[in-house]
Design a protein around this ligand. Structure first.
Ligand code: C2E
Ligand code: CA
Ligand code: CA
Length: 840
């Protein structure tokens, strides 16, 4: 029948594609077949006197009504539609002249296809020829089966049922064929079976009604009641199924938009999911206002007055296929779609940031309704949050990139910075045979000046040195400040050591002149290392490294200037030596753990201290972690070292707690350690041994390490998080993490890297980066910690931004356990305005 499930559900798709010749030929063939069958089909037995007689127009009405009272059923996540058209069919066969049935069928169906489905002419033509062929075939079969019998008899009734079912099968087969030609996805076999069963039961019901109408009209009432109850139950079941499917969709949607990596992908997923969930052909987002994530839609803007309803009133607008109002029809025409829904995309502050649209229900027989509207509304709300989060991350990365690309200059001295210098060097190196020299310089007594006279004086000195450096080099080369008290000079085209040595001597003469700071005259020395291309290397890394080695040697030399000599390169030897000594040093306990407080901003306590390893080397003195952690990581000694640090700091934590100081400790973890199989259990055992709850420990993992192998790290983190251990992302902003991963990891803290914090008071770009990280933390429900806080101004700035914790030398530099205990008992240093409450 026209009601065969797959047929009705998919009919809309068939001729949306450019109509192929084959389909047209088939339609013509069907018409010819219908014509050929007509004589025998229309030949009927003489009408029975004294029975009900149905006219063509009453059948037309019955067919239209049957077609309108369709059922939608979800099978395999697709809508399928069953109608009651078998009913008038059977009645027509039993009580009407064949011509009346044919006319009624075609008119009734045509009315619904035109008025309700608004089918275009071509599609209408195909469907009507299909109906014509089907009806004449049914009539012909019925004619053969009934023979000369007439009236409501077992034979005529049986014939009616059989021919109606055969007719349904015929049209299903034809539509299946056309769908195959158009490569549309085929209905599952279950649907074909279901539609046959429905057709048979509908036809049987019609037969029962007919028998009763002739022999016991009164019995139609109870039959009608039974039918009504069945229909009601059916409608209820269907609503329930839809709601369940809606929930499932929502769950799926949340899951997918939450896990897709990368901002834009997440959004793409949201649009895709909404389209699929609502069975729409098309979905898109129209941004409102500038947004870093939402690309402008390449469609006309969603028009008034519906726009007002979505954007100002925050309503979801549903424009079904049968919409009558002028505004709704105008929208459908504008986008050339059959139906459409529009929902507001709202961020967490309630601002409408876009309009989410879906259009063109995939099936012809159903259109968007209010149930769909509700589901869409919820999806849009979810998508709004996804867009917002994506926006935060996007902005963050944009700002970081902007800073790197635009700010090629050092704020303090106005000299080019490290990245600018690297680009210049790269350019020179790109010219394959150009000679050049690289000079690295660092100031000899700068650290002392800074420590004893303060940053203010230090800054003044750096500015003065920078000016002299610029003057001394002139247009012979490019001067840059690499950071701290380290400067570099690039001399393009310089051949051999002579030009470089000449510049180096000029620099030294200029720099070593005492610098006047108010009434003080400060003498600053400088050591310079030189590396040459091509003699000492052909790439950036080699040149910079070799200049660095030369500078190191220069510090111990008479004239403080040194050209690189491979003999000098004992640093690699030193590294080998340290690597060899390390395991023994760990066993012998020659490592120490220092602690640095992480203080709550605006609060009163120091809840956590970070454990930082130190190597007390018998010949080299106290070595900083930058010197030995990379070696430990490469040799694998890092596991033993971390074990040592963890054990030490947990023991210390126990001691503090026993003395009434409720301190937690934070320990740094390298990725190698986290990936070690037994590590989580080892941590849990250590906590147990020191009688500490998991909450006493935070493990810090750098952003880069976290992203290196999330698939393996996350399960290990989960295991520890279950034991109460918390996690912090270290050096945040220096790597590239995906928001969707961060959300999936049990992370409770973001530590903003000191490179952002240190100059944030003088650099707007840095300040806005710090602010976006703090915002990001808030939206992910994570604490934020600013590292490397060196002055009160930065502290104030962080407080304004809303950062939760601070760590830095201004609050307290790393100290050994005893010194830190004293500091804690004294309630923190007096110079900071953080009130650290004395803990007894
Ligand atoms: P980190 O985890 O970022 O630790 C903070 C570093 O910043 C410490 O350097 C600390 O002394 C320094 N710092 C604190 N406040 C300030 C400030 O106001 N200004 C400046 N300029 N620096 C400040 P440290 O102790 O030299 O540690 C360096 C890095 O070595 C650490 O960076 C951490 O990544 C690593 N590390 C230290 N101990 C361990 C350990 O036991 N295991 C592992 N895997 N890594 C460790
Ligand atoms: Ca750390
Ligand atoms: Ca850090």
């Amino acid at each position: 029948m026209g009601s065969s499930a797959a047929v009705a559900a998919r009919r809309g798709r068939i001729l949306r594609d450019p109509a192929t010749a084959r389909t047209l030929v088939l339609a013509a063939g069907l018409l010819i077949a219908a014509g050929a069958l007509t004589p025998s089909a229309l030949h009927s037995a003489p009408p029975l006197p004294g029975t009900v007689h149905l006219t063509w127009w009453s059948l037309g009405i019955l067919f239209a009504v049957a077609e309108l009272s369709v059922f939608h059923v979800e099978v395999a996540r697709q809508a399928h539609t069953f109608s009651l058209s078998e009913f008038p069919f059977v009645l027509g066969l039993l009580f009407a002249a064949p011509l009346a049935l044919l006319t009624g069928r075609l008119l009734g169906q045509a009315a619904t296809l035109v008025l309700r489905d608004r089918q275009p002419p071509l599609k209408l033509a195909f469907n009507l020829s299909l109906f014509a062929a089907e009806t004449t075939a049914v009539l012909a079969v019925n004619r053969i089966l009934t023979g000369s019998a007439s009236g409501v008899l077992p034979r005529t009734c049986g014939a009616a049922v059989v021919s109606v079912i055969l007719g349904g099968a015929l049209s299903a087969a034809l539509v299946w064929l056309v769908m195959r030609w158009h490569a549309a996805s085929l209905a599952p076999r279950r649907v074909v079976f279901l539609s046959t069963v429905t057709a048979a039961s509908n036809a049987s019901l019609a037969v029962m009604a007919s028998v009763l109408a002739v022999h016991a009209v009164w019995a139609l009432a109870p039959l009608g009641l039974v039918a009504a109850v069945v229909v009601a139950a059916y409608v209820g079941y269907n609503r329930l199924t839809r709601r369940y499917a809606g929930l499932q969709t929502l769950y799926e949607f949340t899951r997918l938009t939450g896990t897709a990596s990368g901002a834009r992908t997440g959004l793409g997923t949201a649009i895709d999911q909404a389209r699929r969930a609502l069975r729409a052909e098309d979905a898109w987002i129209e941004p409102i206002g500038p947004d870093p994530v939402l690309a402008p839609a390449d469609r006309p803007a969603f028009p008034e007055p519906l726009r007002h309803q979505v954007v100002e009133e925050g309503r979801t607008v549903v424009v079904p296929r049968v919409a009558r109002e002028e505004a709704s029809r105008a929208v459908l025409t504008l986008y050339r779609v059959s139906d459409l829904m529009a929902a507001p995309l709202v961020d967490s502050t309630g601002t409408v940031i876009g309009i989410f649209l879906v259009a063109d229900r995939l099936t012809d027989v159903s259109s968007f309704d209010h149930e769909d509207g509700r589901l869409f509304n919820t999806l849009a709300a979810q998508a709004g949050i996804a867009v917002e989060n994506a926006g935060l991350v996007e902005r963050l990365h944009q700002q970081i990139a902007a800073r790197e690309h635009e700010a090629g200059h050092d704020v303090l001295t106005g000299l080019p910075n490290r990245s600018y210098f690297a680009r210049q060097l790269q350019q020179v190196l790109a010219a394959s045979d150009e000679h050049c020299s690289v000079l690295l310089m660092d100031l000899d007594q700068f650290k002392e000046i800074n420590d004893t006279l303060g940053h203010h004086v230090g800054d003044h000195v750096l500015r003065a040195i920078a000016d002299r450096l610029r003057g001394a080099v002139g247009d012979r080369g490019i001067v840059a400040r690499l950071g701290g008290d380290e400067f570099a000079v690039l001399l393009p085209g310089a051949t051999g050591p002579e030009p470089a040595l000449e510049v180096a001597r000029d620099i030294r003469t200029a720099v070593t002149e005492p610098v006047r700071v108010s009434s003080l005259m400060l003498g600053v020395g400088a050591s310079i290392g030189v590396a040459l291309r091509p003699e000492h290397g052909d790439d950036q890394i080699a040149l910079m490294q070799h200049a660095d080695v030369a500078m190191y040697v220069a510090k111990g030399s008479q004239d403080r200037v040194r050209v690189y000599d491979p003999e000098d390169d004992w640093s690699s030897e030193l590294r080998l030596q340290l690597a060899a000594e390390m395991p023994g040093a760990i066993r012998a306990g020659r490592f120490e753990v220092h602690y640095q407080p992480i203080a709550r901003l605006g609060g009163l306590e120091v809840p956590t201290v970070e454990a930082l390893a130190r190597w007390e080397h018998p010949q080299l003195g106290s070595l900083p972690p930058q010197e030995f952690i990379p070696i430990a990581e490469r040799t694998g000694a890092i596991l033993a070292l971390t074990r040592f640090v963890l054990d030490r700091s947990l023991a210390q934590c126990r001691t503090w707690r026993d003395r009434g100081l409720p301190i937690r400790v934070a320990v740094n973890l390298s990725v190698h350690v986290m990936l070690n199989r037994g590590w989580p259990d080892e941590v849990v055992n250590l906590l147990h041994r020191h009688r500490l709850p998991g909450e006493a420990l935070t493990l810090e993992i750098t952003e880069t390490a976290l992203m290196s192998d999330p698939g393996r790290i996350v399960p290990a983190m989960r295991r520890l998080a279950d034991a109460g251990v918390t996690f912090g992302i270290d050096d945040f902003g220096t790597g590239y993490s995906s928001l969707s991963y961060l959300r999936r990891m049990p992370i409770s803290e973001i530590k903003i890297d000191k490179s952002f914090v240190r100059s944030m008071t003088s650099d707007d770009a840095l300040r806005s980066i710090v602010r976006s990280v703090v915002d990001l933390g808030k939206s992910l429900h994570m604490h934020t910690v600013a590292e490397g806080v060196e002055d009160q101004h930065t502290l104030d700035c962080l407080a304004t931004i809303g950062c939760d914790f601070v760590q830095g030398n201004y609050v307290c530099e790393p100290r050994n356990a005893d010194d830190l205990t004293v500091w804690l008992r004294d309630g923190g240093t007096a110079r900071t305005e953080i009130a650290v409450c004395p803990l007894t």
